[in-house]
Design a protein. Structure first.
Length: 178
């Protein structure tokens, strides 16, 4: 809202208040700047409360979408340490969400896949483009879970210190290919 509009609305509210209430002589003689300013601040506070409520609602929706997405989301550092992940990512890796954070992503891969992932992560950070790789996740002696990882560097802060990765389960596709 423009400052002039806000001022006019505040002055109108003040006039309305004065007409509808009995006031002392000092207030009744002329609307003071202080009173108008106070009303402006009240209106701005109300706008801020509404904006905050809308932001909180949007954040809640985003958090829910992120947490329960049908693909695994990871935020990784340059060395492959997991900074953030969603619930699907934890399920894919076969661990709890808290067991993922601050761990190296590669520890979940087969030895051959660790080499592939290391080269992949280097490409992600050097190219600045979206990169894709396929690796095998080892889970407690069971058959490997094959995943496809798509990642891109987060360059929004200008430091290129993080990348975002999406992980898809491609085990059935790998079985079909055999």
């Amino acid at each position: 809202m423009k400052k002039t509009d806000l001022r006019q609305q505040a002055e109108a509210k003040l006039s309305k208040r004065k007409k509808s209430s009995v006031t002392d002589q000092r207030t009744a003689t002329d609307p003071t700047r202080l009173e108008v300013h106070r009303i402006e601040l009240e209106m701005q506070n109300e706008e801020l409360r509404q904006a905050k409520a809308e932001l909180e609602s949007t954040l809640s929706q985003y958090a829910e979408l992120y947490a329960f997405a049908s693909v695994g989301y990871f935020t990784l550092t340059r060395d492959g340490t997991i900074r953030r992940a969603n619930l699907t990512a934890a399920k894919l890796m076969g661990v709890g969400l808290s067991d993922l954070i601050k761990r190296r992503f590669a520890v979940f891969f087969s030895p051959e896949s660790r080499v592939i992932f290391s080269a992949f992560l280097e490409r992600v950070f050097t190219s600045g483009n979206k990169e894709i790789c396929e690796v095998a996740v080892e889970k407690d002696g069971s058959a490997p879970l094959w995943v496809q990882i798509e990642a891109i560097v987060d360059s929004s802060d200008g430091q290129d210190g993080l990348c975002y990765a999406i992980v898809y389960d491609i085990t059935s596709r790998k079985a079909w290919e055999k």
